[in-house]
Design a protein around this ligand. Structure first.
Ligand code: COA
Length: 257
């Protein structure tokens, strides 16, 4: 697939996806969501790639939301479909990916942009970043998982304050709210995220996939996270990485995963 709205760079064990619609502040339209789905699917199947960084092009925006122009005439059925397809193709897809995805939030992350960052496993923002879920100012609510993931990350009270006021947080406030893991300068952002990716790439990819499944299980209805952990823990014992990891430890050398 030749991409129009995203750039994909793979270097050694890391992939960088850049959402590239700067004139529209990287807003997520249908094509961009489809291209992102395709790229993430491809990277999930690429055993060489151990971690993925996703960012927005230029310095102003990570993603300024879903593309408002595209859905402004939608009716109820189309609105529901928009949320469902987006959640399936992108947001839930990233959350359940078999390798860690790091959001490098380089500017505005609003609406679907913040929802995209929240679907990622790790979030790092530059000092100029602004984050919020402004949907109620458009007569909408967040539809790409924002009502659920924001509450999980910052707690119900802060989530409801952010959603009902449609306000924006600075990067520092978002850090204090535990919405993001780190704040760094704009210049350092990508290198910081790539360093995180490199640290991840030194560890067992099969164990990391198991860890993502076990952690996510805590947030899935009707799933017992402790049972998932037991099952995933057990499954690790059947992997080559387990043999390599434990053998390397006993031989006092670094594992080669
Ligand atoms: N959907 C579609 N287009 C968008 C967009 C979005 N979510 N966010 C920005 N754009 C477009 C603008 O329409 C404008 O396009 P134009 O030059 O063709 O008119 C361009 O991106 C630049 O945005 P602009 O609003 O002129 O920049 P600004 O610096 O004045 O304001 C924001 C920046 C982020 C505060 C403002 O763009 C904004 O509020 N965006 C919408 C945020 C939102 O509500 N997101 C949730 C959507 S559900």
């Amino acid at each position: 697939m030749k991409y129009q709205n995203i750039l994909l760079d793979i270097e050694a064990k890391l992939a960088l996806i850049t959402i590239n619609r700067p004139k529209k502040l990287n807003a997520l339209n249908k094509l961009t969501i489809e291209e992102l789905h395709h790229a993430f699917q491809q990277l999930a199947n690429n055993n060489e790639v151990r971690a993925i960084v996703v960012t927005g092009s230029e310095n102003k925006a990570f993603v300024a939301g879903a593309d408002i122009a595209e859905f402004a005439n939608f009716d109820q059925i189309q609105g529901e479909d928009l949320a469902k397809v987006g959640q399936d193709l992108l947001f839930n897809f990233i959350e359940n990916l078999n390798k860690p995805v790091i959001a490098a939030i380089n500017g505005f992350a609003l609406g679907g942009g913040l929802e995209l960052a929240m679907a990622c496993h790790i979030r790092v923002a530059s000092q100029n970043a602004k984050m919020g879920l402004p949907e109620v100012s458009l007569g909408l609510i967040p539809g790409y998982g924002g009502t659920q993931r924001l509450s999980q990350l910052v707690g119900r009270g802060k989530a409801l304050e952010m959603i009902t006021t449609a306000g924006m947080l600075t990067a520092q406030q978002a850090y204090e709210f535990r919405l993001i893991n780190h704040v760094v300068s704009q210049e350092e952002l990508l290198e910081f995220c790539e360093d995180l990716g490199l640290k991840i790439s030194k560890n067992s990819s099969t164990a990391i996939t198991a860890a993502i499944k076990a952690v996510n299980a805590n947030y899935k209805d009707g799933v017992d996270g402790f049972t998932t952990e037991i099952n995933q823990f057990g499954a690790c014992f059947g992997t080559e990485d387990f043999i390599e990891g434990t053998t390397a430890f006993l031989e006092k050398r670094k594992p080669n995963f």
